[in-house]
Design a binder for this molecule. Structure first.
Ligand code: ADP
Ligand code: MG
Length: 553
């Protein structure tokens, strides 16, 4: 009993809410709950900053349940969440906490499900609406009055919503709600964009910030990659395509290298800057501030220049050049994983530097696993994912506003809607490589399979293989398989398989080029289709060969 009075009961929440929370198994309110609940109960606007897993959902759900009127069958609280999954999670949490409050209903509103039932649930008197901004705006376009009774608004994971491009939708939603509403904003980070929203749409908000205790290097995932010194820039570019980073710091050894890498990154469209000992103190502070608030995403630094740099947004540390000693390695990777967050540290290792890697592993007592450079498929997947994320919010009601124009244009041009959409995509993506072949051909190309030690002549061969394919021999056709070095394939395996299964003479087979994620083989043009059919089920290194004719461009 005493425990109950001390725990959630002390927060003066409605007994049926406390009972449901206790039934859920929560004993004590978490820090963010302890501080937020009284503020929200008192009707204040609030900005809450805390890491994931600190219990933010109950921090707003409990006081909001307390403040709604279950006897009124109309939407009273709106929770906005960045994704469908998060919206569903929050809706489920509300249902759990409202278990002992008869008459309270919750509706989740998100894209990818029919709109009709969602709107019906709202109209049938759900008091709590949990929505993704995009879908909610679709509803507002059909019925601009759905939010007029909502007195409580929560923006959950506000930073994520902005990252997903929901800024405009949020503005539409704010306008559709009563100005007298209570607004509560939760975010793991408070970049300038979030502060600007708070400035415009919150009234005299109270701030709650929970510092996670573990400020140490708690969850840094470490890995290394083998590369040649002259492939470092292209390796970094490739890694950046697939790593999902927020902010990143890349360490190099020299001032010149900070400038070179920063400008290579800028040239590819990244918001990057150099930080080295030559940079004046005030300029250095500007760079760090920009990294903090998202005007910059990448800083290329020397060890000295990065000393004391503490930017919670940093999710990744790239050790582009090897640190001088294990201590500086530990310092470097400690730039990420701040505030108990997860971080990732990648170390590029040239063949000569392998010994240093071992020293680092010994001193830190941790194994730094080897990973391979992402292949073309991974880069392609990452690009398509980004494209999907950027295009999805644009669809909205475009068909309603521009559908007729599309009909007219396709009729005038005399092309299909698919052809026109494809043309617009090509334009919108600036003809970026978005097929596997195009990515594979693109510069900078993937360094070949990881360099081996003690093979002084190998890099040169690697270089040659990475250039455009050699001209084809007379009467030969080039064929391609998706098996490559990363599948453990060597030229001799391919040769053996084709000789055995295809019944060809050795001279009939031309050049074999094994690359990281695919291989090319020159075969006789004559009887090629028959040969490929024959090789249909051939397996190499346990995987299906699936050899196909390869068409350049
Ligand atoms: P956040 O939104 O901050 O990432 P959640 O609200 O999703 O965190 O909560 C994380 C987990 O902690 C959930 O499984 C939730 O049920 C649990 N939790 C929340 N508050 C408490 C509490 N006071 N005691 C025990 N567990 C809690
Ligand atoms: Mg949450």
């Amino acid at each position: 009993m005493t425990q109950e009075l001390g725990g959630f009961a002390a927060l003066e929440l409605h007994p049926s809410i406390v009972a449901a929370v206790v039934a859920t198994g929560y004993e004590e309110p978490s820090a963010i709950q302890q501080q937020s609940i009284p503020i929200i109960l008192a009707g204040h606007d609030m900005i809450g900053q805390a890491q994931t897993g600190t219990g933010k959902t109950a921090a707003f759900a409990l006081p909001i349940l307390h403040r709604i009127d279950p006897s009124k069958r109309e939407p009273q609280a709106l929770i906005l969440a960045p994704t469908r999954e998060l919206a569903l999670q929050v809706a489920t949490a509300f249902e759990t906490y409202a278990k002992q409050m008869p008459g309270v209903t919750v509706v989740a509103v998100y894209g990818g499900a029919p709109m009709g039932p969602q709107l019906k649930a709202i109209r049938n008197g759900a008091q709590i609406v949990v929505a993704t901004p995009g879908r909610l705006c679709d509803h507002l376009r059909r019925d601009e009055k759905v939010l007029t009774t909502v007195n409580h608004l929560v923006l959950d994971e506000a930073d994520e919503m902005l990252k997903l491009g929901f800024m405009d939708d949020l503005e539409v939603i704010f306008k559709a709600m009563p100005e007298t509403r209570q607004t509560v904003l939760f975010s793991a980070t408070l970049p300038q964009s979030i502060r600007a929203i708070a400035e415009r749409h919150l009234r005299d908000p109270k701030h709650v910030k929970i510092q996670t205790k573990t400020q140490t290097v708690t969850a840094i995932e470490q890995a290394h990659l083998l590369v040649h010194a002259d492939q470092k820039t292209s390796a970094v570019l490739r890694l950046l395509e697939v790593e999902e980073f927020d902010a990143l710091i890349a360490f190099v050894r020299t001032k010149q290298a900070t400038l070179d890498l920063a400008s290579a990154l800028e040239a590819k469209g990244y918001k990057a800057a150099a930080l080295n000992g030559d940079i004046a103190q005030n300029q250095r502070e500007r760079v760090i501030d920009s990294l903090k608030d998202g005007r910059l995403d990448i800083v290329v630094a020397t060890d000295v220049a990065a000393r004391g740099l503490d930017v919670p947004r940093i999710t990744h540390v790239f050790n582009v050049d090897m640190p001088y000693d294990p201590e500086s390695y530990v310092h470097r990777i400690g730039r990420t994983g701040r505030a108990g967050r997860e971080g990732r540290a990648l170390l590029l290792v040239t063949p000569r530097e392998r010994r240093m890697l071992q020293v680092i592993e010994r001193v830190t007592g941790q194994k730094v696993a080897e990973v391979r450079l992402p292949n073309a498929q991974a880069v392609l997947d990452a690009r398509i994912k980004k494209l999907t994320t950027s295009l999805a919010p644009l669809v909205g009601d475009a068909e309603a506003t521009h559908g007729d124009l599309l009909d007219r244009l396709t009729a005038d041009i005399g092309c299909s809607p698919r052809a026109l959409a494809a043309a617009l995509l090509r334009k919108a993506t600036n003809a970026q490589a978005l097929t596997l072949e195009a990515v594979e051909r693109e510069q900078p190309l993937v360094p070949n399979s990881a360099p081996r030690e003690r093979t002084g002549d190998r890099p040169e061969r690697g270089e040659r293989e990475r250039r455009a394919p050699m001209p084809l021999g007379e009467g030969r056709a080039r064929c391609r398989t998706a098996l490559g070095a990363r599948d453990g394939i060597a030229a001799k395996n391919l040769l053996g398989a084709i000789l055995n299964e295809g019944g060809l003479a050795r001279e009939a087979i031309g050049r074999i080029q094994v690359r990281d994620s695919f291989s090319l083989v020159e075969l006789p043009e004559e009887g090629l289709e028959r040969l490929l059919t024959k090789l249909k089920d051939t397996r190499v290194a346990g995987k299906q060969l699936k050899l196909r004719r390869y068409r350049e461009d």
